[in-house]
Design a protein around this ligand. Structure first.
Ligand SMILES: Nc1ncnc2c1ncn2[C@@H]1O[C@H](COP(=O)(O)OP(=O)(O)OP(=O)(O)O)[C@@H](O)[C@H]1O
Length: 457
């Protein structure tokens, strides 16, 4: 039975919510201030936290920050009055799963809890390994777009998918590299076998070998049972290695062996295991430069680069923005149980004028947030983030639909990107996690960009 912690200073409200949730098969616990809530989340596990925005001893944003610091994976739903919606949106930016407005609508709160639990379950399966991708693939919908550049990429995907060639996908964060790799898997002869995605940037050196190749019980402290590596999990299917440039030299050697000889050995093991895995790797840095610097093995580079796909940033495929925006409107309507019919022209114009440093992922988030906040049945520019709503010359790259990837454009966008990163870092007093969240990129990408632009932070 999922366990919910209710944090609210109004005992009558708590009682009402408690009895409703108990009737719907949830176990509940209630506390009436922030101090007690911090104490209890340190002592007991909860599946979900429902908290009021105004507590006697702390405001909702500070409490959210504290809770996320202790139990980052537990979804938090905020309960707030209408007047606080702007703050609630900030809370979502800071990691709250959802907010519901007071007076509480029972169905709404139940839907929010169930969605949060589903999403937490998906994330858990992701961190447990291979199953994820199989599960995600069911609801996987790849939008092709209309731009000439993407049509060409699509032709390449169709050609390379049925082969066994290793593929290197290059593109900025959020451009859809993992989506492209899933599509390749779906169109390959391996489609009924697992698709396993691993973010190499999230793996420490110690973890990487055991995660990729598995380990034998007792081979290092913490290896309490035998563990299958993701190569074995993906056997017969496709292994997607995101941010491959982050793997250490030692792991690169093992990876080379796995791709060349199709054999792996578990950490602490003394026998080889045969594997048949198609490798798709992704990077948002120029791997050739890493090879030139001596950070990435040249032999491995050639091995994974049998075919290369460059996924362009969204600002270079403006012809696709409206298609993606409409797709995300549909997806968000479903997820948030809304029924917004169309997107106002002015919104699409503003989208076309924006540089999208977080690419398709950022567009998806912007549409979702606007759908959540929109009060009419038309998506207006009212609730767009300021940088999109009030484009300064800083953000304005023009509405020209030419899909140039010339040097001049790249220089302009790089300059804007650097300025935006600097501005954001200043805004959040150089807290990199916060900056990455606001910029809609992951921390790793932010670190790469700091290096690229020589920003000391
Ligand atoms: N072709 C597409 N069709 C539909 N949605 C897409 C497509 N490409 C990307 N997206 C959306 O954008 C999000 C980001 O895409 P994805 O994770 O593939 O990017 P990425 O380039 O691998 O990012 P990162 O480098 O940060 O890992 C996806 O979760 C998905 O919602």
């Amino acid at each position: 039975m999922p366990k919910v912690l209710i944090i609210d200073d109004d005992p009558t409200f708590c009682l009402m919510l408690k009895s409703f949730l108990n009737k719907n098969s949830f176990e509940t616990k209630e506390v009436h201030n922030a101090r007690e809530s911090i104490k209890i989340v340190k002592q007991e596990p909860f599946d979900i936290i429902l908290t009021d925005f105004r507590l006697p001893d702390k405001n909702g944003l500070d409490l959210l920050k504290d809770i996320k610091g202790i139990i980052p994976k537990t979804p938090v739903i905020l309960m707030t009055s209408y007047a606080n919606i702007r703050t609630a949106v900030n809370a979502i930016k800071m990691g709250a799963y959802e907010y519901v407005t007071k007076p509480i609508n029972a169905d709404e709160v139940l839907a929010a809890i169930n969605n949060a639990l589903d999403s937490a379950e998906d994330k858990k399966i992701q961190s447990d390994g291979g199953e994820i991708s199989k599960k995600d693939v069911k609801g996987f919908q790849f939008i092709k777009g209309n731009s000439e550049r993407f049509k060409k990429i699509h032709q390449h995907i169709e050609l390379v998918a049925p082969t066994n060639m290793s593929i290197l996908i290059h593109g900025e964060s959020g451009t859809g590299k993992e989506y492209v790799s899933r599509l390749i898997h779906e169109k390959s002869k391996r489609k009924d076998r697992p698709f396993v995605a691993i973010d190499c940037g999230a793996l420490s050196d110690e973890l990487a070998a055991s995660e990729l190749f598995g380990h034998i019980k007792g081979s290092f402290t913490g290896a309490v049972t035998d563990k299958k590596g993701q190569f074995e999990v993906a056997n017969g299917g496709t292994l997607f290695l995101d941010e491959i440039g982050n793997l250490s030299y030692e792991i690169q050697v093992k990876l080379l062996r796995a791709t060349q000889e199709k054999k792996i050995r578990k950490v602490g093991g003394n026998t080889d295991i045969e594997v048949n895995v198609r490798l798709i790797a992704a990077t948002n840095e120029d791997l050739q430069k890493a090879v030139n610097r001596g950070d990435f093995r040249e032999d491995l580079y050639h091995r994974i680069n049998e075919f290369q796909i460059k996924v362009p940033p969204l600002r270079e495929r403006k012809g696709d923005i409206s298609i993606f925006a409409n797709h995300f409107l549909e997806v968000s309507n479903k997820e948030l149980e809304r029924n917004i019919q169309t997107i106002e022209h002015d919104v699409i114009d503003k989208f076309n004028n924006y540089s999208w440093p977080g690419n398709i992922r950022e567009l998806k988030n912007v549409v979702k947030r606007s759908v959540l906040l929109e009060q009419s049945d038309l998506l207006t520019s009212e609730n767009l983030p300021d940088e999109i709503k009030f484009p300064s010359t800083d953000h304005d790259l023009g509405t020209d639909d030419t899909e140039t990837d010339g040097k001049a454009l790249r220089e302009v966008t790089e300059k804007k990107e650097k300025e935006m990163i600097l501005r954001t870092l200043e805004q959040v007093k150089y807290n990199k996690s916060k900056a990455a969240r606001i910029l809609n990129i992951d921390r790793k990408t932010l670190y790469n960009k700091l290096k690229q632009y020589d920003i000391e932070a």
